[in-house]
Design a protein around this ligand. Structure first.
Ligand code: NAI
Length: 471
């Protein structure tokens, strides 16, 4: 099956449908655009024309290319036969099913129907269709022309050749398609849950303020911290997705939504759009205190513990230090102080002269630590801005990354996607600085499992259950 020269019908001319029509037309397809709302398809085309004219003015597109693209998009007043229909209407199972019944009555047998649903099971949507094998998920991300990822979602009845044809088509459109099995949240919305959930749990347990959590995760390479990101997405939307993933997994407590977020929604503190979420807008997050100038720390005896990249960095910073490469921890001993990379234990559970610090994914920036404040000058000398947080397992970044890896591992275990698919999806769908299995490759599988097991012992619930795939 080949959709290279398919005639398209895009149903739903809203935010997503308009973007999909644009991308398809730019790739050379004839696109009919239909919407039940009077004038919506025409309005979407007019808006697109204005956007593309703007790009001509900036010299990014030629007037000829824009004219050709626009000429390929035809707003239509009724559903039309096509080789490929992409549905981007309201997110409602019954309404989508009714549309598919109408479409099947007028489409040729071999026509493919793709749904852009972000949360409804493709398997369930196909139920009742005459040809369920022709329904496939084609999950674009907003804004469609800019976001590279397309999750190609197969339901139980989807024909493999249909999924492959849509996959190849998306690739031809310059997208990066990834195969996914239809399971709650597909790939991105599922694997991303812990990014929000860990922050919300840290807030519930009063471990750190939102601006500290955000700063630490930004320093780890994320474009936005989880709190500012939830404020941007809107707490109502983010909470609804969390609830739907939770319910769809038969209330597996791993996905339990947060009371902290429930409270924000109850208050109407929905984030940027309502002027207040974790932060007030337009101000946004309060600035963190600038680091105090600290004298370079001194010690009579320095020992670098453990091996790996971090131990090498410590040794490069303090070449005079002794080495204990076979140590069971990674970090620095400086006279009366042990400064350890978190292994999931609280500093106080190790001993009174230990501070634990967070996973330093990048050089420099804000880094969480817990334990004696004498740790600060050492972290500062290493180039970090130390941020003291409550002494909890896995601090901020380590537990977040470990949980993202764990969720991705479960997704792979359950055949939702493969490792490469999970990496691509998280980098392109939500702009993560690395894919979960790339973080795992740079970290240490045993260390991740140990950290999660300690979180599990600490919290006693299902949230930190280690994926069999990872273990
Ligand atoms: P939207 O509200 O901007 O557009 C939906 C359009 O569909 C409206 O113009 C509406 O008039 C039209 N419509 C509703 N029922 C219809 C029907 N029976 N026949 C024809 N047209 C109908 O919504 P948006 O954001 O474009 O979402 C559309 C779909 O894409 C939903 O399934 C949504 O879950 C999914 N999606 C949305 C994303 C987003 O970030 N907004 C991201 C990925 C998927």
């Amino acid at each position: 099956m080949n959709l290279d020269s398919a005639r398209l019908l895009v149903v739903g001319a809203g935010l997503m449908g308009a973007g999909i029509a644009q991308v398809a037309a730019q790739a050379g397809h004839e696109v009919a655009l239909f919407d039940t709302r009077d004038g919506a398809a025409e309005a979407a085309k007019a808006k697109l024309a204005a956007t593309l004219d703007g790009l001509v003015a900036k010299g990014k597109l030629t007037a000829e290319a824009v004219a050709a693209t626009l000429a390929r998009i035809s707003p239509v007043a009724t559903l039309q036969p096509a080789d490929l229909v992409i549905e981007a209407i309201v997110e409602n199972l019954d309404v989508k099913r009714a549309l598919f019944a109408e479409l099947e009555a007028l489409l040729p047998d071999e026509a493919v129907i793709a749904t852009n649903t972000s949360s409804i099971s493709v398997t369930a949507l196909a139920r009742g269709m005459q040809r369920p094998e022709r329904l496939v998920g084609m999950h674009f991300f907003n804004p469609v022309p800019l976001m590279k990822l397309v999750e190609v979602v197969s339901g139980l009845g989807t024909a493999p050749e249909v999924a492959q044809a849509v996959f190849d088509l998306a690739a031809r459109w310059g997208k990066t398609p990834v195969h996914a099995r239809s399971t709650p949240g597909f790939i991105v919305n599922r694997i991303a849950r812990p990014y929000y959930a860990e922050a919300l749990l840290l807030l519930q347990d009063r471990v750190a303020k939102p601006e500290v959590i955000d700063a630490c995760l930004r320093a780890a390479g994320f474009r936005m911290g989880p709190c500012e990101l939830m404020d941007l997405i809107g707490h109502d939307t983010n909470f609804a997705v969390t609830n739907s993933v939770f319910a769809a997994n038969f209330f597996d407590r791993r996905f339990t939504p947060s009371l902290v977020q429930q409270e924000l929604v109850d208050a109407g503190f929905l984030g940027r759009k309502s002027g207040r979420g974790f932060y007030r807008y337009p101000e946004g997050a309060p600035a963190l205190a600038a680091p105090l100038p600290l004298d370079p720390p001194r010690a009579l005896r320095l020992v670098v513990h453990g091996r790996g990249a971090l131990a090498e960095r410590l040794h490069a910073q303090w070449p005079e230090a002794e080495r204990q490469v076979d140590s069971d921890w990674i970090g620095l001993h400086a006279d009366g102080l042990d400064l350890r990379l978190t292994d999931g234990r609280c500093a106080r559970d190790i001993n009174a002269h230990t501070a634990v610090f967070d996973l330093p994914l990048r050089p420099g920036g804000d880094l969480a630590y817990a334990g004696p404040v004498a740790a600060e000058p050492w972290l500062a000398a290493l180039g970090y801005t130390p941020r003291e947080v409550l002494d909890v397992p896995g601090l901020v970044v380590a537990r977040t990354i470990a949980m993202l890896i764990n969720e991705a591992a479960d997704a792979v275990q359950q055949g939702v996607c493969d490792e490469a698919g999970a990496n691509a999806a998280m980098k392109l769908g939500v702009n993560y600085p690395a894919g979960p299995f790339e973080w795992l490759a740079r970290w240490d599988r045993r260390a991740v499992v140990a950290l999660l097991d300690r979180l599990d012992q600490h919290h006693r619930g299902e949230r930190y259950r280690v994926s069999p795939y990872l273990r």
